[in-house]
Structures are given as C-alpha cells and as structure tokens.
Design a protein around this ligand. Sequence first.
Ligand code: HEM
Ligand code: HEM
Length: 183
Amino acid sequence: MPGANESARVWDPAQRILHWGLVVAVALAWWAGEERLSLHIAVGYVVISIVAARTAWGLFGSRYARFSDFVRGPRAVFDYARQIVRRREQRYLGHNPLGGWMIVALLLCLAVVCTSGFLYTTDYFWGMGWLEQTHRISAWTLVVLIGLHLAGVIFTSLRHRENLVRAMFSGHKPVADLRDTAE
Ligand code: HEM
Ligand code: HEM
C-alpha cells in the first residue's frame, strides 16, 4: 500500500513539453493574428507539429499518455458526470473520463483550425470565404474549449485538493486516496 506522501510519475516528459509548448504556440498564434501573418503562420506550423506529435504519442506513448488509457465509452463518461453531481466521483491518476474527451475535443478542434488555416494559404484555396469562416469559427470554438478545459482543471483541483497544474509541470501526482471521493 502506498504511503500518504508517496507520489507516482504520471505525465511523461514528452507530454509535459508538448503541453506547455502548445500553450505558448497557441497564445502566440492568437497574438500574431492577421496583423503579423508570417509569425502567425510560422507558429501555426509549430501547433500542427505538436498536435501531430501528441496524437502519435496517444497511440505509442507511455501508459497515461495513451488514448486507450483515457478515452472511455459513453457509459463511463455518464457515470462519472453523475458521480460529480453527487459529489462522489473517484479520483484518477491519469485523465478522468470527462477530461479525456476534452483532450480529444481540443486536439480535433486544433486540427480543424490548422488545416483550414493551412489550406487558406494555398493558391487553390486563397480567398475562399467559407474556408476563412471555418478558420475563424474553429479558432473561436477553440477559445471556448480552452475555457472549459481550464474550468475542468480548476474544478477537479479544488474537488480533490490537489494542484493539477503543478503536476503538469512536475509529472508527479500523489497516489494516496486514489479511490477517495470528495466528501
Ligand atoms: C492554434 C492555431 C491557430 C489559431 C488560434 C488561429 C487563429 C486565427 C484567427 C483568430 C485569425 C483571424 C481570422 C479572421 O478574423 O478573419 C486567423 C487568420 C489567419 N490564419 Fe490562423 N490560426 C491558427 C493557425 C493557423 C495556421 C496553422 C495557419 C496556416 C498554416 C493559419 C493561417 C491563417 C491565415 C492565412 C489567416 C488570415 C485569413 C484572412 O486573410 O482572413 N492559421 N487565424
Ligand atoms: C492553449 C491552451 C491549452 C490547450 C490547447 C491545452 C491542451 C491540453 C491537452 C491536449 C492536454 C492533455 C495533455 C496530455 O495528456 O499530454 C491538457 C492537459 C492539461 N492541461 Fe491544458 N491546454 C491549454 C492550456 C492550459 C493551461 C493554461 C493550463 C493551466 C494553467 C492547463 C493545464 C492542464 C492540466 C493541469 C492538464 C492535465 C489535466 C489532468 O490532470 O487530467 N492547460 N491540456
């Protein structure tokens, strides 16, 4: 049985570097926008690369990085949501069922943002209104998802009295009370 102060290595270095790299690159892409288009496109390529790398890592990476570890079926997601309402949800070392789908949603949305942005830079698609709209709408959808992502991180950190942001830097999470539910 693990001791009260024992911690486990959960997030591997690649996950952590890719996560914080993604945060910086997405923030820069927003800041650059249309006014600094060459910077926007350059960091956009960084975003594409990180999304591709994280997706590959989801298939071949370490235990908690894999999609198979955190993408769960509708019943598990529904049960988890119901447990939250009853304040009895279990604590997960990896991503919880709702957080897992949020990650899939973030990666998919980023893929749409980047693909539409990239296509818009090609001669064939340049100037096509629907593509510009797709890029704009998906970029704003991304903002909403990021807001929900942050709300989820704050909520879960408060509920289980642990600092999930710090864990995304250190890679470590306490193992004590793993199956515990919030009172
Ligand atoms: C996370 C990544 C990205 C975000 C958040 C983002 C966001 C945005 C936003 C908000 C705009 C202004 C849209 C408007 O109001 O019309 C824009 C414009 C643009 N973006 Fe991105 N973008 C991203 C990645 C990319 C990538 C990867 C490319 C290309 C390789 C790209 C190419 C463009 C182009 C060409 C425009 C100008 C469109 C126009 O002339 O109206 N973007 N982007
Ligand atoms: C551009 C904005 C952001 C995007 C696109 C994003 C995306 C993601 C992704 C894809 C993951 C999964 C990481 C993995 O499994 O490798 C994740 C997890 C996480 N993110 Fe973000 N993130 C963003 C901003 C932030 C910010 C600003 C914070 C904190 C201040 C944050 C805190 C976390 C934490 C704590 C986790 C782990 C959640 C858990 O414990 O299950 N994220 N994020």
